[in-house]
Design a protein around this ligand. Structure first.
Ligand code: FE
Ligand code: ZN
Ligand code: FE
Ligand code: FE
Length: 186
């Protein structure tokens, strides 16, 4: 319902209505379900990227992150438990789309080429950036709602996602982009 806009002060924010509080909690739980679906789906898709990759570095980076991803699924179950909610997944259209694009890239590039590795890195980093945005929002919402255990669990995952993203950048910079340029020059 539309209400007259008032100047926002710390006092106003602190005295958020019970109604607003429960709407915020509902959003938090919905977003948790979204990322829970996304992580589970990602765990089934990463093996295809590992299989499709050529560089040992890239294979290793994604393999490590696959293990982290499985652990993140379990960690999300702890987040649900910490706020007395049943763990449930709700289809994440964004992750579904990102992974469809990843499949397309694998179909459109040739096996054993560095160009395919660049494509895999690109797809994987898009996924990591989506996750970083999601966990960034979730950990902040958890803090706002006073869910400190949930917040620290979500912070752990956020750090892993940022680390995965920067490792992928390193793989790209150290090795794959150069090799792809050499292939093009051949
Ligand atoms: Fe993840
Ligand atoms: Zn999502
Ligand atoms: Fe989503
Ligand atoms: Fe990730």
């Amino acid at each position: 319902m539309p209400t007259k806009t008032t100047k926002k002060t710390a006092a106003v924010a602190a005295s958020r209505s019970a109604e607003a509080e429960s709407a915020l909690k509902e959003l938090f739980v919905d977003e948790l379900k979204d990322i829970y679906w996304a992580e589970k789906h990602l765990a089934t898709a990463l093996p295809k990227m590992i299989k499709g990759a050529t560089s040992a570095d890239l294979k290793q980076t994604i393999t490590t992150h696959l293990e982290e991803t499985k652990n993140q699924v379990t960690r999300l179950e702890s987040v649900f438990a910490s706020i007395n909610e049943k763990a449930a997944a709700k289809k994440c259209l964004a992750m579904e789309g990102l992974l469809k694009e990843a499949t397309e890239l694998l179909e459109d590039t040739d096996k054993g080429t560095e160009v395919r590795d660049v494509a895999i890195i690109s797809a994987a980093q898009k996924v990591e950036h989506y996750e970083i945005a999601s966990y960034g929002t979730l950990r902040t919402l958890a803090g706002t709602l006073g869910y400190s255990e949930a917040q620290s669990l979500l912070d752990e995952t956020l750090a892993e996602e940022k680390n995965a993203d920067s490792l992928l950048t390193q793989v790209a910079e150290n090795y794959v982009n150069e090799a792809a340029a050499a292939e093009i020059a051949e």
